[in-house]
Design a protein around this ligand. Structure first.
Ligand code: UD1
Length: 482
């Protein structure tokens, strides 16, 4: 069925019976896939259009145990790093997420073999990688595909990777990635929307990053692993995923020191020829999301495989809000919500500061806290898109510049809402857990990119939550009846 005239059809049909507020119209203004010129890629949009919704009936405290999955942000970069190897690698604890599937496709498009040998165990055989071109349609589906640039340049001496466009949380340039590779001798041109890099002799360099970019640090580390000589990255990102990447590369034969600090030294080697089996670190953002869920619902949950040490900024802040934590053993953390959550200001920062990826979830908690708080976003330029949706649930939030001023409310009210990005989706679900009545969260394509079995885990903790699936073949029908 033809897609383009739909917007007109929506105007003619005011509401869908399941959605009397007509909120789908808004969802249609937030397509997940934009073309470089800013227009909607209708074909992709159609394929990705996600009309499934989560239905949540609020008011139940979360109780019980939850096991944290492997970290999405680590798994994606480790998968790209596997390109550098000369032997098969096995990654354990890989979360089953839409983004991981896209990275599997990217690796296959380059000539690698990649498949799951168990539910969370991914085998990657990079021995036959010969293609240095990462296809446009995959890179535009997921920004993290850009991670293949550094490994391809390192291994093959050349790469052509589409320049990722902006996304829902900001313009997200990649200049620091490119400057780093240029400093190592890569010749980089931008042509027809692609980054074309040539570096037959990548050599070590001393690189200072103007901002401790996670992605730039990772891309440079990977390329440097196979460069001639030593590379030093100064003002490097210190996120735990950087150390995970370093440990994985070391297990393949790389020589890296200082990962996790602001100065990383990589001594290039000729080959990464150790067959490695490596376990992806646990997802600190997933863990943080469940911590906030426990606090908001006045619940009492035990997080298994919890990376507590990488969440100290959040835990410290939540303690100030009155939340109780008990470290049961190295990987097990108990979180209990207080009778009243106290409003406390927070400011996102690069690690070890308060993580930007938990900003939206924290805002949901502040929306029901006692008092007023200031929540300042310093990492991304446009990360308050979800605020309008939280306001539909009764949150009182005003944005001034890069700060959200949040006046806590005694009660939030369930409403149909639309996720605007991955962490916004989580924040809306959390708000739904405490809201009065029913909340319907749409645009779940975002949630499925970052949380494996999210609603199942919440349901296991007692939440009244279920997914209303709209089968693919029904989607057109639903759209036309709006
Ligand atoms: C990664 C994470 C993302 C997280 C972010 C910050 C993955 C797949 N994603 O994203 O979930 O929110 O770290 O913790 O790991 N910047 C530049 N030039 C560059 C690169 C970045 O100006 O070349 C700016 C960005 O626009 C942004 C800031 O630096 O304002 C942080 O970006 P960066 O640390 O690179 O984040 P990502 O690696 O994209």
């Amino acid at each position: 069925m033809h897609v383009i005239p739909r917007l007109q059809q929506h105007k003619q049909h005011k509401t869908h019976p399941d959605n009397p507020s007509g909120m789908w119209l808004k969802s249609l203004r937030l397509p997940p896939l934009l073309q470089h010129d800013g227009s909607i890629n209708n074909e992709e949009w159609n394929a990705e259009m996600n009309l499934d919704r989560l239905k949540i009936n609020g008011g139940v405290a979360l109780n019980g145990h939850v096991t944290i999955n492997g970290a999405k942000n680590s798994a994606l970069v480790l998968m790209a790093a596997a390109i550098l190897g000369s032997e098969e690698v096995v990654l354990e604890n890989v979360p089953r997420l839409a983004d991981v599937e896209i990275m599997v496709d990217v690796l296959r498009s380059l000539g690698a073999r990649a498949h799951f040998i168990e539910h969370n165990v991914l085998l990657i055989d990079p021995r036959h990688i010969a293609n240095s071109v990462a296809p446009y349609d995959l890179v535009t589906k997921m920004r993290a595909s850009f991670f293949v640039l550094g490994p391809l340049v390192g291994k093959l001496g050349q790469a052509k990777v589409s320049l990722p466009g902006g996304c829902a949380i900001g313009s997200r340039p990649v200049d620091l990635h490119l400057k780093g590779l240029e400093a190592m001798g890569a010749d980089i041109v931008l042509e027809h929307g692609d980054v074309i890099a040539n570096a037959p002799h990548l050599r070590g360099a001393d690189i200072y990053l103007n901002f401790p970019s996670v992605g730039a640090t990772e891309n440079i580390m990977m390329a440097a692993s196979l460069a001639d000589g030593t590379t030093t990255i100064r003002n490097a990102a210190q996120e735990p995923e950087i150390d995970d990447l370093a440990q994985f590369l070391i297990s393949m034969g790389a020589r890296i020191q200082g990962a996790g600090s602001d100065t990383i030294v990589i001594e290039g080697v000729k080959k990464l020829d150790k067959a490695s089996t490596y376990r992806v670190m646990p997802d600190r953002i997933e863990a943080g999301t469940f911590m906030i869920g426990a606090a908001m619902t006045r619940g009492d949950i035990i997080l298994e495989k919890c990376p507590t040490h990488s969440l100290m900024a959040l835990i410290g802040k939540m303690r100030e809000c009155g939340v109780f934590f008990d470290q049961i053993d190295a990987q097990t953390l108990r979180v209990c919500g207080p009778a009243k959550i106290l409003a406390r200001d927070a400011r996102t920062m690069p690690h070890p500061g308060f993580p930007t990826d938990i900003q939206a979830q924290y805002a949901a908690m502040m929306a029901m806290a006692e008092g007023t708080s200031l929540l300042t976003e310093t990492v991304f330029e446009n990360r308050f898109m979800y605020v309008d949706e939280l306001q539909r649930m009764g949150a009182q939030i005003r944005i001034e510049g890069n700060t959200a001023i949040i006046k806590g409310q005694p009660i939030l009210s369930g409403a149909p809402v639309i996720a605007t990005d991955l962490r916004a989706a989580a924040a809306l679900v959390l708000a739904g857990l405490v809201a009065d009545g029913e909340t319907l969260v749409a645009n779940l394509c975002y949630l499925d990119r970052g949380y494996e079995s999210f609603e199942q885990k919440l349901a296991n903790l007692g939440a009244r939550i279920c997914r209303i699936a709209v089968k693919a073949e029904k989607k057109e029908e639903v759209l036309l009846t709006m």
